[in-house]
Design a protein around this ligand. Structure first.
Ligand code: ZN
Ligand code: ZN
Length: 246
C-alpha cells in the first residue's frame, strides 16, 4: 500500500492527543508547546535553564559543582508536557510511537550523535524485563540507530542487582544508593566499547543517577566518552540533579 493511500485510510495522528496532523511523527502545535521542545537546557544534564542566562554551552550549578560521569545530555521533551505519551509507551500500550520518538531523539540529540560510535540502551533487570516484556530503552536505541546509521549494542551493560523502581524512591539519597554500582559491562562487550564514544539511550531521566551509574560502568569498561540521550526529562520543582561523588 502506498504512503498516500495509507494516509487516507489511517490519517496521521498527534501522539500526544490524537488530533490529525500532517505527518506521522509530528505533534500538533499545542502538544508541541506543552512538551517543551527546544527550551534551553544544561548541556551536561539537560535540566531546563533560565533562557536569559543560557547559551548553547551553559551548564547548571549542580553540574559545575559535581559533574556526572556522562559529558553531555539531551532530552527530546520535558516529562510534564509529554507524560501521557511517555507513560502509554512505558506501559507497552503504544509501541507504535517508537518511530516518532526516534525522530525527536535524533533532532534533540543531533550534536551528541554527530560524533557517536555506538548507541547503548540502559538495561532493565531481568525480572522487570519479564514483567514488562520489552525494554523501552532498547526499542528507542534500535529505532534511533537505524535512523542515524549508528551501530547499537543492546547488551553492552548488565544490571548487577535488581534496583527498586526509581519512582518509588523518595529521597535523593535513596535514589543514589539505589543505583550505586548497579551496572557492569558485559564481559563479551568489552572489545566493542573500548575507546568508543557511546551515547546511552533511556526513556526517562529523573535525577540522572541511573544514567550516571551506567556511564560510570562504561567508562570503567574502557569507553572513551559517554553521553546521554533521553526521551523525557523529569524536572521536579527545586530539585537539582543527583550525581555520585567521583
Ligand atoms: Zn496533540
Ligand atoms: Zn546540569
Amino acid at each position: 500500500m502506498g504512503r498516500a493511500a495509507a494516509d487516507a485510510l489511517f490519517p496521521p495522528q498527534c501522539p500526544g492527543c490524537g488530533a490529525p496532523t500532517g505527518s506521522p511523527s509530528a505533534l500538533c502545535t499545542p502538544c508541541w508547546e506543552t512538551a517543551g521542545f527546544g527550551a534551553p537546557a544544561c548541556r551536561r544534564c539537560a535540566i531546563p535553564l533560565d533562557s536569559e542566562l543560557a547559551g548553547a554551552d551553559a551548564e547548571c550549578a549542580a553540574c559545575l559543582a559535581r559533574p556526572p560521569a556522562f559529558s553531555r545530555a539531551a532530552a527530546a521533551m520535558g516529562y510534564e508536557g509529554g507524560r501521557d505519551m511517555v507513560l502509554r509507551f512505558k506501559h507497552g500500550e503504544r509501541t507504535d510511537f517508537v518511530p516518532a520518538f526516534a525522530a525527536w531523539l535524533q533532532r534533540a540529540g543531533a550534536s551528541l550523535l554527530a560524533e557517536a560510535d555506538l548507541l547503548a540502551p540502559v538495561p532493565l533487570h531481568r525480572w522487570r524485563l519479564l514483567a514488562r516484556r520489552y525494554n523501552q530503552a532498547a526499542l528507542l536505541a534500535r529505532a534511533l540507530g537505524r535512523r542515524c546509521g549508528i551501530p547499537v549494542l543492546p547488551d553492552a551493560l548488565v544490571r548487577t542487582r535488581a534496583t527498586a523502581s526509581q519512582g518509588a524512591m523518595v529521597s535523593a539519597r535513596a535514589r543514589r544508593r539505589n543505583v550505586l554500582a548497579a551496572f557492569a559491562v558485559r564481559p563479551g562487550a568489552r572489545a566493542a566499547i573500548e575507546g568508543r564514544r557511546i551515547v546511552l539511550v533511556d526513556d526517562v531521566m529523573t535525577t540522572g543517577a541511573t544514567l550516571d551509574s551506567a556511564a560510570r560502568a562504561l567508562l570503567r569498561g574502557g569507553a572513551a566518552e559517554v553521553r546521554a540521550l533521553v526521551l523525557a526529562r523529569v524536572v521536579r520543582p527545586g530539585e537539582a540533579p543527583i550525581f555520585q561523588a567521583p
